[in-house]
Design a binder for this molecule. Structure first.
Ligand SMILES: [Zn+2]
Length: 347
């Protein structure tokens, strides 16, 4: 049944999720249990999985950080750290460096260095300017505008996650096209559907981090989707970590640190094709394409997650090439092995 307003959904275990207006719950029994991955369909038939976040303090902190933040939702809907009397909310990440094993918290938060979000990267001594050069491709007026909007977008997302105790993640790697391996499709049609070629199959600006960012943000802004009262975004690093932390409590926990599932064949394939690359009903977290996030690193990289269709020899540290792993990417390059993962938050 499809409702014209947000509806609370209770599964057989009594766990609760919110179904956005215009969305429907999968009719398959094994896609209706929140702990195993509740699958919903959006009005354009893209599929998303609910990621429960019982306590926002496991996913976010204030910029003072230090490990003792206590975020509480205020009666006016604002998320505030009671410990530090701050409403500047930032991501709590489960690594302090790329290549590190998943699980070390970034409680020494540095707004200008290391793994962090929300943040912009302004370039290096070699003249690469990254966000300072490409902000307009992502839809911003200036790099300062980009930082200010990203800070606000993080706060709005975190407030929603605190209120609804979860968010949605795209079930499939993001595609800008309905192309399949054997059939040319239309482009510019952002979706999370099985059997389509992911974004990097399309030669367009979207291959850059900036294009991925803009298209995923616009997903919720069409007339059709506006009725659903959701916001859409490229996934934040702390949301990706929340998804991994959730998966680590479930039936597919072993897969978050494995590197043998999914497409490592050397060739890109349609998303959802490799059924062993499925964690709580989410496909291709490991193989096929790396997944861009909104997380930044130092001056010149965005953080990408998982691994890809190639199996390199240069990723031997930590939880390398597993869904938990982090990988640094220059966002202005159009890599053929980069995809992304979209999230929805409820308004
Ligand atoms: Zn704090």
């Amino acid at each position: 049944m499809i409702s014209d307003k947000n509806e609370e959904y209770k599964d057989v275990n009594g766990n609760i999720a919110t179904i956005p207006a215009g969305f429907s719950v999968s009719i398959k029994d094994d896609e209706q249990i929140i702990n195993d991955g509740l699958v919903v369909k959006s009005p354009d038939e893209s599929e998303f999985v609910w990621v429960p976040v019982k306590n926002i303090n496991t996913m976010a902190q204030c910029e003072k950080a230090g490990g003792n933040c206590n975020l509480q939702l205020q009666s006016n809907g604002t998320l505030k750290c009671i410990t530090h009397n701050s409403t500047d909310i930032v991501g709590k990440l489960y690594a302090t460096e790329a290549g590190e094993h998943f699980g070390t918290l970034n409680i020494n938060y540095d707004a200008n260095n290391g793994l962090r979000e929300p943040a912009v990267i302004k370039g290096n001594k070699d003249g690469d300017e990254y966000d300072a050069e490409y902000y307009s491709v992502a839809g911003f007026d200036s790099v300062d505008d980009m930082l200010s909007q990203l800070k606000n977008e993080y706060k709005v997302m975190a407030q929603s996650v605190a209120k609804y105790k979860g968010f949605y993640i795209s079930r499939y790697e993001i595609s800008f096209s309905s192309s399949t391996e054997t059939k040319e499709g239309t482009t510019g049609n952002l979706q999370s559907k099985a059997n389509v070629m992911p974004a990097s199959a399309v030669k367009e600006q979207g291959n850059m981090w900036y294009g991925f960012y803009k298209l995923q943000k616009e997903y919720a802004n069409t007339d059709e989707m506006k009725k659903s009262s959701i916001g859409s975004s490229m996934i934040w690093g702390s949301q990706y970590d929340a998804m991994i932390n959730w998966a680590n409590t479930g039936k597919d926990a072993n897969k978050t640190k494995e590197n043998t599932n999914g497409n490592h064949s050397g060739e890109k394939s349609c998303t959802g094709k490799y059924v062993n690359d499925k964690i709580n009903n989410i496909y291709d977290l490991e193989g096929n394409l790396f997944e861009y996030t909104l997380e930044s690193h130092f001056w010149g990289a965005k953080v990408s997650r998982g691994s890809c269709f190639r199996r390199g020899t240069d990723f031997q540290e930590g939880d390398a090439q597993s869904p938990s792993s982090r990988y640094l990417v220059s966002p202005s390059w159009a890599y053929s092995d980069q995809g992304s993962r979209m999230t929805l938050y409820i308004k």
